[in-house]
Design a protein around this ligand. Structure first.
Ligand code: ARG
Ligand code: ZN
Length: 475
């Protein structure tokens, strides 16, 4: 979405330099966006503004059929472009004419439109498809999860390939309409709010429609299908809260889940006092069936939680964590997967702040505990949070050492500057992308301090930082 401006600037430049429209030869778009860890995720040559995803899904067969309509803008004179997708494509239309297409590698779909698209020109891409997502392997695995009563399209970074064709990288965010027809009596849940209530369309099938009004990364777009109890309420500021609880939860887990997820509005209200205004138009949470997904994901407006987070009763930390991501990850997204600590370190630090607020241990106490407890040879010390590699993308260095880095920053600059840094970050990068270098530059600008030694030790060095020298700085 944000690269639109770049495309228009480039077009203006060509016109400005010569006074007439220069005839650049149309060229194919690229199969990636140059991500450091995932060079073939996303595609170049166009920028998506909106996805309209319209599906039918049958849990008993895992059969998914439907149409995704992509509204995009060419960012170059485009002869050909790629989509990331693994299901079976029946037809593609581009700007009113049938296009030809071919598969390349395990998730690339190469589309050749009947006519070249000029830089800055609109593209309407209609893809009709079907398939059994659980049978498709790409990047060595299947991200689509079948459950006892439905299915889950929830994953990071990979998930979109299994249910809609896309430009699959957080650099290209878009608004979404997701509309799914499922057997009547089954629920289909996605992001945002419902532009219309579920409607029975044909004998035995009911269509559920969801809409995201703010830019959303493809991996934060989810589909949860199964038997769920849905609660609906309204926040003080008039936002709809939809929560959903799997009917497969035991009564004990269900109580713990409800005692946590029903506090979403309170928790996000508190987070907004620290991080700035809630960035989206709806809130909520989804608690998944036991034995399905073991992690939680900050799916935009409405996180999904693995049931086992609530196996010992309430767990508000995970609600704090996934909702903190709505600012750090969802509104401000990584520009490159290498910068993942900007998501996980910040969401983890939000949990420390929640503990501090509730008199369950200060951030300093948590820092001291982690610093003293991780063995010297643990991956948290041997991995640099700012460059964890794919193997440690979701490892301790990214989560705990990322949060420890933020705590050291807070100690160094003081609370006023620290929270001003966080709020300026979420305001300046809102609905866009960020990098580690942009964040550290902002921290130095707002604090007026040279923080190079701190960030070098905590973010860039694969060794346990020495505390004494840093503690001196702070006083
Ligand atoms: N972003 C998610 C979280 O905060 C983590 C997802 C990890 N993915 C996975 N496949 N384990 O907690
Ligand atoms: Zn997280």
């Amino acid at each position: 979405m944000r690269r639109l401006l770049v495309a228009m600037a480039a077009t203006a430049l060509i016109l400005g330099a010569t006074g007439v429209a220069a005839q650049a030869a149309p060229a194919p778009g690229g199969p990636g966006l140059g991500d450091t860890y995932f060079p073939d995720y996303g595609n170049s040559g166009y920028d998506v503004g909106h996805y309209d995803i319209r599906l039918r899904y049958t849990p008993s067969t895992d059969k998914l059929t439907g149409t995704t309509t992509i509204l995009a803008t060419a960012t170059q004179d485009l002869s050909r472009f790629n989509l990331d997708f693994v299901l079976d494509v029946a037809s593609i239309y581009v700007n009113n004419r049938p296009a030809t297409f071919a598969r390349e590698g395990d998730h690339e779909l190469v589309v050749t439109p009947a006519r070249t698209i000029a830089a800055g020109g609109a593209m309407t891409v209609v893809v009709q498809y079907s398939g059994v997502p659980s049978t498709k392997v790409a990047a060595g695995f299947t991200a689509w999860t079948r459950t006892a009563d439905g299915a889950l399209a929830i994953g990071e970074p990979e998930i979109a390939w299994w249910w809609f064709p896309s430009n699959d990288h957080p650099l290209d965010k878009a608004t979404f309409d997701v509309s799914v027809s499922v057997p009547t009596g089954v629920e289909a849940i996605s992001n945002g709010s419902m532009p219309r209530p579920p409607v029975q369309e044909t004998l035995g099938y009911t269509r559920w429609s969801w809409r995201s009004l703010k830019p959303q990364a493809t991996y934060l777009t989810f589909l949860t299908v199964g038997q769920y109890d849905i609660t609906q309420d309204t926040t003080a500021d008039g936002q709809t809260v939809y929560n959903a609880y799997s009917q497969l939860l035991s009564p004990e887990w269900r109580d713990g889940a409800q005692a946590s997820v029903e506090r979403t509005a309170e928790i996000t209200d508190w987070e907004s006092t620290l991080f700035g205004p809630w960035p989206f138009e709806a809130r909520g949470g989804v608690v998944l069936p036991p034995g399905s997904i073991s992690f939680a994901l900050e799916t935009q407006t409405r996180p999904n939680f693995g049931a086992s987070f609530f196996r010992r009763g309430a767990n508000t930390s995970v609600v704090v964590h996934e909702n903190a991501h709505q600012w750090f990850g969802d509104s401000v997204s990584v520009a490159d997967w290498q910068h993942i600590w900007l998501n996980e370190g910040f969401a983890s630090y939000a949990e420390w702040l929640w503990s501090e607020k509730n008199d369950e241990g200060t951030a300093q106490e948590i820092f001291d505990y982690l610093y003293a407890t991780y063995p010297d040879d643990a991956s948290i010390w041997t991995t640099a949070p700012a460059d964890p590699g794919t193997a440690e993308l979701f490892g301790d260095a990214v989560y705990d050492r990322g949060a420890m880095t933020l705590h050291q920053l807070r100690v160094a600059v003081g609370d006023d500057a620290f929270f001003e840094i966080l709020r300026t970050w979420t305001a300046e990068q809102r609905y866009g992308n960020g990098t580690t270098a942009e964040f550290t530059a902002l921290a130095e600008k707002i604090s007026g301090q040279d923080l190079d030694a701190l960030f070098q030790a905590w973010l860039y060095t694969p060794a346990k930082p020495v505390l004494a020298s840093l503690a001196k700085k702070a006083t």
